[in-house]
Design a protein around this ligand. Structure first.
Ligand code: ATP
Length: 981
């Protein structure tokens, strides 16, 4: 047998020369294939492979090895790997991985192998691999470090950085070489960078440019947050793919994966306990890349640190004395890799070479105690080498350690690692917000904010960073909305006027004397005088109505404060100048109520000639009648229509609509409002033709979009209103009609005693001539939720209990006219007890209802209960409200209602307790923008600042032409998608 020696620095070609000498290149290929397919356990295939090995090896292998081979097909994977490793070493490779790589290399580069003509030296082979005993074949320790030949051309481009703790599926065929080229080492200095690395950079750069599209910069890594994650240094293509699959397509997306919280990193000065996040400075004692299985490897860096020894702390004269005693501890930093390609020796070697024995390093992360004593394992950590000039103590400051949430299967440690890499290449000049705004609003620069949120030096820095990033979330939303609004306006003067109005919070108002005659008639027909803030609200609205710019205003006021009449007056103002008004409410019940209300007010008119024609249009309006109404609206015979969402149906055409009042605005949502708006914009064909003959200026007026007056009965906090209706002006009614008496509120546990007390209170109320609402969370009893009391189910028992009184029932499943009948009976006093569900929550107005009992009050939110409570105490009679909770645990939450009747205070409390989505109810909050880190309930002041900043920017340049970066950023962020408009 002719054997050859493979020198330690043998090139790939030289190594393959050995194979050729054996004429074993197909043996190499076969072994390589077997390893790559993971030593698959398919019996017949393994048998075939084992037979093949036998015929090839029997020419030159020892009997022992051949015996081992006979058990190959039945052996487990680990034993098979060991065996193949042995064979590979015998064939002149460093290991089986080496064989696989060389085989791949040979195939790829079609290396011509030449016969080196040297004899294989068994003695030398044995000295290189002492664990091999040829002819005896004792066990080869697969996991022992084998000698790694100095293949400089490969090593020079192998990555040095720990990749991740990520689990990746087994690699594909090309993976090992891909990995090498994908991962230029971070630790290399520029002179040693190979061509391969340069090529890598070039191709990445090209890819980045392609992705960034408009970027003209020669170095895309440095200019754009929207570069693909493929630009990240040391990220393998597999990692990039995983990031992309998890939604991290761009560096921005990655940087917007914010820490969930920060662990308070402590110096390891005290006792070191399991699970603590600590920081250490120490010395690298060893660094090993270890292959632990066919597709599993890990890097273990052992760092030795000196820390104060708690056990040596003794008491001297009763005082604790540390005595300067220190002890040595050992940190085992471990990173795991799954995938065959991570088990190849060049990869492992390069990995371990990143940390050299004796390096001073700074380590932070979570510790886990292991045996023996004073040894600790860290799997979640960061490690940085200390530069020579750096003082150890510079790093031992306590600092927050970011804890990331995992995402789509990506582990927090991997995300932390990859985010750190992104921060390293982050350019400093990335802030699109103009410097003057950054300064004026005391914001961190965007670069500092990213660093500050991911790598804060202290919690104050993290807080400042968070504030800046929240500011951005709000700012772009506000900017987008205002920008859109301005775009819709015609002239520059209009734009300036609008912005001026937003900036100066002065009240622009039209005094009563200047209201139109019709409005004044209506005003005089009211059976009461308006409160000061009602009157201000009307004046403010009328000011807007007189301007040629469509109004977009939110009328907000606490429950029962009298918003309806303010809106009626606004409608009268519009009607008086020959235009039409539409009043849209969310329920038929409310539409009927408003219709009846306005008719009763019009009856008081001194002059019938001035009475406008008002119609009611709901889904239940009979066809014949609705046809007449539609016609009336089209011809302009009907001046005002009250209705439900049927008002925005396609068939409804207006002759000259000028105002749309949208009651309970948030229940319709932005989408409906938009539809309503655009629908009303397109006036009827008949009007269009009549306008054609009118003079220009009137034509403009005629085509103007209608004014929108939205009313919110929920006293939502200003911040929430701003987020919801950022483009709206706000009018608030801050007082209640005179003579209202505070509602006495009780929060009780709904047990037997509780009910007895409540029924007694109810009886007293009825005896004294009051009317009582009983509010239930559900209509029928449910088996799933037996604790819930049901309106329909209790109708009989309540009627039985209060035989002397009449009971009514009102719930959502009843037909419209049945509901109306039930409410009218209660209003008129025909019934004195009304068992209802929360249908009565919105707008129901029975001024002499004097008591309300809410069952299972724990099922409702605070703001909702406040709304419900607002159904009583609307007249001059003193009223009571009882909230019965079926669990004692929820009483505390409900107690807020006992303490306060201020809707704004309670809405804020509710917002803090439940968050904005829940405050509005799930269905209604679909249009509420979702902010990644901002929380409307606590970050309201930042929202207001962002609003001001957006106004400032637009006042300087209302088309944003002066701020091209800002404009680009705005279009990129697509605020409308955020809103779901
Ligand atoms: N200035 C006033 N003086 C006396 N009563 C008033 C005054 N303004 C309104 N009201 C009466 O107060 C009651 C509540 O008014 P309205 O229904 O307009 O309130 P609201 O703000 O719409 O309440 P909700 O939020 O419950 O819908 C009505 O009966 C109304 O007639």
């Amino acid at each position: 047998m002719r054997l050859m020696i493979v020198p330690p620095n043998a090139t790939a070609g030289a190594i393959h020369a050995c194979c050729k000498a054996f004429n074993e290149s197909h043996l190499t290929s076969a072994i390589s294939f077997e390893v790559r397919s993971g030593c698959r356990n398919m019996y017949y295939r393994t048998m075939r492979f084992s037979n093949f090995l036998h015929s090839n090896l029997s020419k030159w292998c020892s009997q022992n090895l051949l015996e081992e081979l006979s058990g190959y097909s039945k052996a487990n994977i680990s034993e098979r790997s060991k065996f193949l490793n042995k064979v590979s070493v015998l064939m002149g490779y460093n290991s089986v991985q080496d064989l696989v790589e060389q085989e791949k290399f040979r195939k790829d580069s079609k290396v011509e192998v030449e016969d080196m003509g040297e004899d294989f030296d068994f003695t030398l082979a044995r000295s290189r691999f002492p664990c091999i005993n040829l002819g005896d074949s004792s066990v080869i320790e697969l996991y022992d470090e084998v000698y790694s030949s100095g293949r400089n051309e490969l090593n020079s481009i192998v990555t040095g950085g720990p990749i991740s703790n990520i689990s990746s599926p087994d690699s594909d065929d090309n993976s090992s070489y891909k990995l090498l080229y994908d991962s230029p080492t971070e630790s290399l200095d520029s002179e040693t960078k190979s061509d391969a690395e340069v090529n890598y950079k070039k191709s990445s750069a090209a890819e980045c440019i392609k992705f960034a599209g408009s970027s003209l910069s020669t170095d895309p890594l440095l200019d754009n947050l929207d570069n693909t994650v493929r630009c990240l240094p040391n990220a393998t293509s597999r990692q990039c793919r995983q990031l992309e699959d998890s939604g991290f397509h761009t560096v921005r997306k990655l940087l917007h994966h914010f820490p969930r919280s920060y662990a308070d990193l402590q110096n390891a000065q005290g006792a070191i306990e399991d699970g603590h996040y600590l920081i250490f400075v120490g010395t690298v004692l060893s660094s090993r890349g270890i292959r632990a299985g066919p597709s599993f490897s890990f890097l273990e860096v052992v760092v030795g640190c000196e820390v104060p020894d708690k056990e040596l702390v003794s008491e001297i004269n009763g005082e604790e004395y540390a005595g300067g005693g220190r002890k040595k501890i050992y940190l085992h930093l471990k990173k795991f890799f799954r995938g065959t390609r991570f088990t190849y020796q060049p990869f492992l070697s390069s990995l371990q070479s990143k940390y050299k024995e004796g390096d001073r390093v700074y380590v932070s992360g979570k510790v886990k105690e292991v045996r023996p004593k004073n040894h600790f394992e860290m799997r979640e950590y960061s490690i940085d080498r200390l530069e020579e000039a750096e003082e150890d103590h510079a790093h031992i400051e306590e600092r927050p350690y970011p804890i990331y949430p995992s995402k789509a299967g990506l582990k927090p440690s991997f995300l932390r690692d990859i985010i750190s890499r992104a921060l390293k290449i982050l350019p400093t000049n990335i802030d699109p917000i103009p410097t003057e705004i950054v300064k004026e609003f005391n914001l961190l620069d965007l670069y500092d904010a990213y660093i500050g949120i991911h790598h804060p030096k202290n919690l104050t820095e993290a807080d400042l960073a968070r504030r800046r990033l929240i500011f951005d979330e709000f700012f772009y939303l506000q900017l987008g909305r205002l920008f859109q609004m301005l775009e819709a306006l015609g002239t520059g003067i209009e734009k300036e006027q609008l912005l001026d109005k937003y900036k100066n919070h002065e009240l622009y108002a039209v005094p009563v004397e200047e209201w139109s005659t019709l409005t004044k008639f209506f005003f005089n027909a009211l059976p009461y005088s308006l409160t000061p803030s009602q009157q201000n609200a009307v004046s403010e609205i009328i000011y807007d109505l007189k301007r040629p710019v469509p109004m977009n205003r939110l009328l907000q006021g606490d429950v029962g404060c009298g918003k309806t009449v303010v809106a009626f007056l606004a409608c009268m103002e519009v009607v008086s100048s020959g235009f039409q008004a539409a009043f849209m409410v969310p329920t038929e019940l409310l539409a009927i109520q408003h219709y009846d209300h306005i008719l009763s007010l019009l009856e008081n008119f001194e002059d019938d000639n001035y009475k406008p024609s008002v119609a009611l249009l709901t889904g239940s309006t009979p066809t014949k009648q609705s046809r007449l109404i539609l016609k009336g609206l089209q011809t302009g015979d009907i001046a005002m229509v009250i209705g439900t969402h049927s008002l925005i149906a396609d068939k409804v055409e207006f002759s000259a609509l000028r105002i749309a009042v949208v009651d309970e605005q948030h229940r319709f949502g932005v989408i409906q409002r938009g539809r309503f708006n655009s629908k009303l914009y397109s006036t009827s064909t008949s009007l269009k033709s009549s306008l054609a003959v009118l003079e220009e200026s009137f034509k403009d007026k005629g085509y103007m979009a209608p004014h929108i007056l939205a009313m919110s009965a929920t006293p939502i906090p200003r911040t929430l209103a701003l987020a919801l209706y950022g483009d709206m002006s706000l009018t608030q009614i801050t007082d209640l009609p005179p003579g209202r008496k505070p509602i006495e509120t009780f929060v009780l546990e709904g047990n037997e005693t509780g009910f007895e007390n409540v029924f007694q209170m109810m009886r007293d109320e009825l005896i004294s001539g009051g009317k009582v609402y009983l509010v239930y969370p559900v209509i029928e009893e449910s088996e799933q939720l037996p604790q819930l009391r049901a309106a329909a189910a209790e109708f009989e028992s309540v009627s039985e209990k209060f035989k002397d009184y009449q009971c009514g029932l009102l719930h959502g499943r009843m037909k419209s006219d049945e509901k109306d009948k039930a409410l009218k009976k209660f209003k008129s006093g025909e019934t004195q007890i009304l068992l209802a569900t929360q249908v009565i929550e919105i707008g129901v107005d029975v001024p002499d209802a004097s008591m309300m009992i809410v069952m299972n009050a724990e099922r409702f939110g605070i703001a909702q209960l406040h709304q419900l409570r607002g159904r009583v105490g609307r007249g001059s009679r003193k009223s009571k409200c009882v909230f019965l909770s079926s669990t004692s645990g929820t009483l505390d939450r409900l107690k807020a209602l006992e303490k306060s009747s201020d809707g704004f205070y309670l809405a804020n409390a509710d917002l803090l307790l439940r968050g904005p989505g829940n405050l509005l109810g799930k269905k209604q909050s679909g249009h509420l923008p979702e902010f990644p880190i901002a929380r409307l309930e606590i970050d309201g002041n930042i929202l207001q600042e962002a609003h001001l900043a957006a106004l400032k920017v637009l006042a300087t340049s209302n088309d944003l032409e002066r701020y091209p970066r800002l404009k680009a950023e705005l279009s990129m962020r697509q605020p409308l998608c955020l809103l779901g408009d």
